[in-house]
Design a protein around this ligand. Structure first.
Ligand code: MRU
Length: 364
């Protein structure tokens, strides 16, 4: 997608075929800078400090991290250590484990001398598949948006939370892919963008993306969504997911659950867009089985932005020394989810619904 008018992906390989380039998302929307990941430790840091973030992109960055580790040492022990270190960077988004398990199984079945080439090829395949998958999610979701917009004499109002756009994936995005596809097909729409405290992925990343694509949007405080729904100003909600259980419970950025509750109370359809790599087929109960990441309280007590001179600054919001907790995700039970938009189509958020689209996975 376009960033500063240029088509780009979020992650790509250097001409040397070894090092990995990523967009530094901690600086957006104020600066567009890239970072080079030269070894596995760089990949670990980039995932942990959210230079790269978003469930699908974390998975791809983990895969390339393992390729970088294999380039340095292709022994079984080195592969195992790198997998464990990368897996420990962020606990909630299951795509990381999915990508690492796929890479690990392939590498351990490959002679050590061939592992480096195989690792880079597989990481590239995971990245390319992510683009195709997100494009398919976009097509299925766009059909849904078109149907919802039919007969309206005003733009369709869609609300989204956090950033589940192309910056959270390799390209296209999950929740935003349907919006991009529908907008490009001429559907008149407008997006309410939750700012998404504390890291403000909505205000800084989703707004940056929609601006770049020319999609009409308005940033709102996280607490405004319920009010808008009560006044008929939201027609549809689409969010992403960091982990979805086989029963359709959805774990996503903190605050998603409250939007789902308000949607339920106001009869607003609440959709979740996700690739199959975000489904954790091993678990059914989102409330008990998903580890919720707790991050540095400083992300709550402080806020960063750009001052009048264009310098990036961080300021404290709270009294000094105050206690804060920073839960990064919450779980929306399946009963509040109208439907799941996947690369294979749209289904009910339930074990039965997922089994209709993914009989191959659901049976295991
Ligand atoms: O903490 P982040 O920025 O990595 O959060 C993940 C997300 O971007 C969102 O939860 C998103 O809605 C799901 S991932 C497409």
């Amino acid at each position: 997608m376009r960033l500063n008018g240029r088509e780009t992906r979020t992650i790509w390989l250097d001409d040397d075929g070894r090092r990995v380039h990523v967009i530094d998302q901690t600086l957006l929307p104020h600066r567009v800078e890239t970072r080079v990941l030269a070894d596995c430790a760089d990949a670990e840091t980039a995932i942990r400090d959210m230079t790269v973030r978003g469930a699908p992109l974390i998975g791809v960055a983990g895969a390339y991290g393992l390729a970088l580790a294999t380039a340095a040492d292709s022994s079984d022990a080195a592969v195992e250590v790198a997998c464990a270190r990368l897996l420990a960077t962020r606990p909630t988004a299951v795509n990381l484990r999915w990508a690492l398990e796929r890479m690990r199984a392939l590498l351990l079945a490959t002679p050590p001398a061939e592992r480096r080439a195989v690792a880079y090829a597989e990481a590239a395949r995971i990245a390319d598949e992510d683009v195709e998958t997100c494009a398919a999610i976009g097509d299925h979701g766009a059909a849904l948006i078109r149907a919802a917009a039919q007969g309206l004499d005003r733009p369709l109002n869609i609300l989204t939370h956090c950033n589940a756009g192309w910056l959270a994936t390799v390209d296209w995005g999950t929740a935003l892919a349907p919006i991009y596809k529908a907008a490009r097909a001429g559907v008149k729409l407008h997006v309410w963008v939750d700012e998404t405290r504390p890291r403000n992925q909505g205000a800084s990343l989703t707004a940056c993306e929609l601006f770049g694509e020319g999609v009409p949007h308005t940033v709102i405080a996280d607490n405004a969504g319920g009010h808008l729904m009560q006044h008929g100003l939201v027609d549809l909600i689409i969010v992403g997911s960091d982990r979805t259980t086989r029963a359709g419970d959805v774990c996503n950025k903190i605050g998603t659950y409250l939007k789902a509750l308000a949607a339920h109370d106001n009869g607003v359809p609440f959709y979740v867009a996700l690739p199959a790599s975000t489904i954790d087929w091993r678990i059914s109960d989102g409330l008990t089985d998903i580890p919720i990441e707790e991050r540095d309280p400083r992300e709550v007590t402080h806020i960063s932005g750009c001052d009048a001179d264009g310098a990036l600054v961080e300021v404290r919001l709270t009294p000094e020394g105050v206690t804060a907790r920073n839960y990064a995700f919450d779980v929306t039970p399946a009963r509040f989810v109208t439907g799941l938009i996947t690369e294979r189509g749209v289904c009910a958020a339930s074990a039965e619904g997922l089994a209709t689209l993914f009989p191959d996975f659901a049976a295991v």
